[in-house]
Write a protein that binds this ligand. Structure first.
Ligand code: IDP
Ligand code: MG
Length: 136
């Protein structure tokens, strides 16, 4: 099934100069770039994006992190793109993510883990509408 998914290259990716490295992995996998934008977000956008996590203990430092500098938001499309992107990204905690994944190769942190990928068809639809409301 052809799907679209919302991907964020978080501020650590931008700071560390890894945009090209990570975008290249999605391109090499065969995913198609549908939209992409470098932007800084405020706390309201962070809260909307992470609506399911705003009450969690880890959320205040996560919000500070994702609003700490510019990030790259993008929509990727391809066969089973939601699951494929999450596999390319690897497990949430970079310390245990499998080598070969973005987080496994490039992150040593549970919070500063470089990337976000939508986790379901419903999340992808909600997140694409939130980040790229003009995309049809
Ligand atoms: P995901 O990004 O792999 O889908 P989620 O559980 O949805 O992971 O968590 C969202 C983001 O919150 C993670 O990518 C990470 O940046 C941060 N996070 C999740 N769990 C922790 C934690 O236990 N400590 C610190 N940060 C966390
Ligand atoms: Mg998640």
């Amino acid at each position: 099934m052809i799907q679209r998914t919302l991907v964020l290259l978080k501020p650590d990716t931008v700071r560390r100069g890894l945009i090209g490295e990570i975008l290249g992995r999605y391109e090499a996998k065969g995913l198609t770039l549908v939209a992409m934008d470098l932007r800084a977000i405020d706390e309201a956008q962070a809260d909307a994006h992470y609506a399911e996590h705003v009450e969690r203990d880890f959320y205040p430092p996560l919000r500070a992190f994702v609003t700490s500098g510019p990030l790259v938001a993008m929509v990727l499309e391809g066969d089973e793109a939601i699951e494929v992107v999450r596999a390319v990204n690897g497990a949430t905690d970079g310390r245990v993510a499998a080598p070969g994944s973005v987080r496994g190769d490039l992150s040593l942190s549970n919070r500063e883990n470089l990337v976000h990928g939508s986790d379901s068809v419903q999340s992808a639809a909600r997140e694409i509408d939130l980040w790229f409301p003009d995309l049809t």
